[in-house]
Design a protein around this ligand. Structure first.
Ligand code: ADP
Ligand code: ZN
Length: 437
C-alpha cells in the first residue's frame, strides 16, 4: 500500500472485510437488477424469466438471472441496453472488436467517477503516489486502455502523460525528458520497447526512471512477465478489464503478484463451465461471468466475458479480502482444438518464454494437412542465441518440440526464425493464424 493511499477517501473500499464485501454485494445486487430493468432489453428478458429484483439479495439468487452475451449486446445495439435517459450519458466507448462487431458501452458521470476510483485503488495498492509521473502508452480513443487509466492517474495526482501507443522513439524521449516512473502498456508492445532500448544502447534499469508497469489488455504468461520486468527494470502488474465492464481495472494485481484482485464492491464474479453453463467451485478453470453492481447507464447482469480464468482460493498475502482471479488464460474463442486436444496459445507461450534461447515473438499457424490439423509454431530466436550452427539449431528445435509435446500431448511442427522477423501489430498481438479448411 502506498504511503499516501489513506488520503483518498475511496481507498477505504479496498480495506473492507469479507463480511463487509458480501454485505455490500447483497445490498447492491437488487438495486442493480432494478436499474437493469430500466433498459428495454432487460425489461423484456428479465420479465420473461420472471425475475423480481427484491428477491435478488444473495449469490444463490443470482443463478436465476439469464446470462447476457456479447451477441445480446450486438443485437441490442445501439440503445437497448441503455438504462438511463440519453441526456444523462456523458461518454461512450466501443470494445476493440477483436472477435467481431464492436459494441458500445455508455457511462454517466457517476459511472466514470466510480470506474476511475476502482482503477485508482489498484494503482495505489501497488504504491503509485501523487509524486509519480504516469505515461500511458495505450491507445486513446474508443479503446478503453487510454482514458481508462488516464483519469485514475489524475485522480491520484500523478503528472499524467497521454502518450498513446506506438512511436517508440518519442515514447523513450518522453520517459527520459519527463522522468516517467509508471507506465501502462500492452505486453507485446513492452517487449518491442525493450528491444528498441537494447538496439539503441539504452539500459532501462540504469538510464530510465521507470519503476512500475501496468500491463494488460491481452494475455501474457508468467515467464513473459519476468522477461519484461528484467528488460524494462520495472515491477509489472497485470491489469485486466473489458469495455463491457467499463474497461481496465476490473481486476488488478497487488504487490504479492499472485493473482488479480477483483474490485468486488463493483463487480460480482462467477466462474462457469462454458459448455454446461453451470457454476464451478473456486479454483476450477472456466469462463469468467461478471455482474456490474454500481453501474447506472449500462448495468450488465451475468455477462459472459468469454475469458478463461479461475478464482484463487484462500487469502492473499497483501491482506486485501477482495478475491483474486488467476491471470487470464485466453478467450474461449482462442482455444484451439487440435487432434482432440484443447490448446490455448498461453500454454505454448509459457514454455517458450521460459527458454532463454527463445526471442520475444512467436506465431501459431493451424493448417489442414491430409485432412488432419497441423499446428506449426514459428519461434524467433533470441539475439544472444542466434547462430548459423545448423546442428545446434536442430538440437534446440527438437528440445522445443519435446517440451511442447509434453504439454500438448501431440507433437507440433516447430520452425525457428531470425530474431524480430515475425510480424508485429500496433494493437493487441495476433498469436494464432488459422488457415484450417
Ligand atoms: P475486445 O474484446 O474487442 O478486444 P476490449 O478492448 O474491451 O475489446 O478488450 C477486452 C478483452 O481483452 C478482455 O475480454 C480480454 O479477453 C482481453 N484482456 C484484457 N485485459 C487482459 C489481461 N490483463 N490479460 C488477458 N487478457 C486481457
Ligand atoms: Zn493481494
Amino acid at each position: 500500500m502506498s504511503r499516501n493511499s489513506q488520503q483518498y477517501e475511496f481507498y477505504q473500499f479496498e480495506e473492507l472485510t469479507r463480511d463487509e464485501i458480501e454485505a455490500l454485494q447483497a445490498y447492491r445486487l437488487p438495486k442493480t437488477v432494478a436499474q437493469a430493468l430500466r433498459a428495454p432489453w432487460y425489461a423484456e428478458h428479465l420479465d420473461a424469466a420472471g425475475i423480481d429484483p427484491d428477491t435478488m439479495t444473495s449469490y444463490e439468487a443470482l443463478g436465476d438471472i439469464p446470462f447476457t452475451t456479447k451477441e445480446d449486446l450486438r443485437a441490442g445495439m445501439p440503445w437497448e441496453f441503455l438504462a438511463v435517459p440519453k441526456t444523462e450519458v456523458v461518454r461512450m466507448h466501443y470494445s476493440s472488436g477483436t472477435t467481431g462487431l464492436a459494441t458500445a458501452i455508455y457511462h454517466t458521470a457517476a459511472d466514470i467517477r466510480r470506474w476511475s476510483e476502482c482503477v485508482a485503488r489498484g494503482m495505489l495498492q501497488v504504491g503509485v503516489t501523487s509524486d509519480d509521473v504516469f505515461q500511458n502508452m495505450m491507445g486513446y480513443g474508443l479503446f478503453t486502455g487510454g482514458l481508462g487509466l488516464h483519469y485514475p492517474a489524475e485522480l491520484i495526482g500523478c503528472l499524467t502523460i497521454p502518450a498513446g501507443a506506438g512511436n517508440t522513439t518519442r515514447q523513450i524521449e518522453i520517459i527520459r525528458n519527463f522522468g516517467a516512473t509508471v507506465i501502462h502498456i500492452l505486453p507485446s508492445y513492452a517487449m518491442r520497447v525493450a528491444h528498441y532500448c537494447s538496439k539503441n544502447g539504452i539500459d532501462p534499469a540504469r538510464d530510465l526512471s521507470l519503476r512500475i508497469a501496468f500491463v494488460g489488455a491481452e494475455p501474457y504468461s508468467r515467464p513473459a512477465r519476468a522477461r519484461l520486468e528484467q528488460a524494462l527494470g520495472v515491477k509489472a502488474y497485470n491489469c485486466y478489464g473489458l469495455s463491457e465492464m467499463c474497461g481496465p481495472g476490473v481486476a488488478m494485481e497487488c504487490t504479492a503478484q499472485e493473482g488479480l484482485h477483483l474490485r468486488e464492491d463493483h463487480y460480482l464474479a462467477e466462474i462457469i463451465d462454458p459448455d454446461t453453463l453451470q457454476p464451478l467451485p473456486d479454483g476450477e478453470e472456466g469462463e469468467l461471468v461478471l455482474t456490474t453492481l454500481t453501474r447506472e447507464a449500462n448495468p450488465l447482469l451475468r455477462y459472459r466475458t468469454g475469458d478463461i480464468s479461475r478464482l484463487l482460493p484462500g487469502p492473499c498475502p497483501c491482506g486485501s479480502q477482495h478475491r483474486r482471479i488467476a491471470p487470464i488464460l485466453g478467450r474461449t474463442d482462442d482455444m484451439l482444438i487440435i487432434r482432440g486436444t484443447n490448446v490455448y496459445p498461453m500454454q505454448v507461450e509459457r514454455i517458450l518464454m521460459a527458454m532463454p534461447e527463445v526471442g520475444s515473438n512467436y506465431l501459431i499457424t493451424i493448417e489442414t494437412v491430409d485432412e488432419m490439423d497441423q499446428m506449426t509454431v514459428s519461434i524467433e530466436l533470441s539475439e544472444e542465441y542466434f547462430t548459423d550452427d545448423v546442428r545446434r539449431l536442430e538440437g534446440l528445435r527438437q528440445r522445443i518440440c519435446n517440451k511442447l509435446q509434453q504439454q500438448l500431448l501431440f507433437r507440433p511442427e516447430v520452425k525457428l526464425v531470425e530474431p524480430h522477423s515475425l510480424a508485429t501489430s500496433e494493437g493487441k498481438a495476433k498469436r494464432v493464424q488459422n488457415n484450417r479448411q
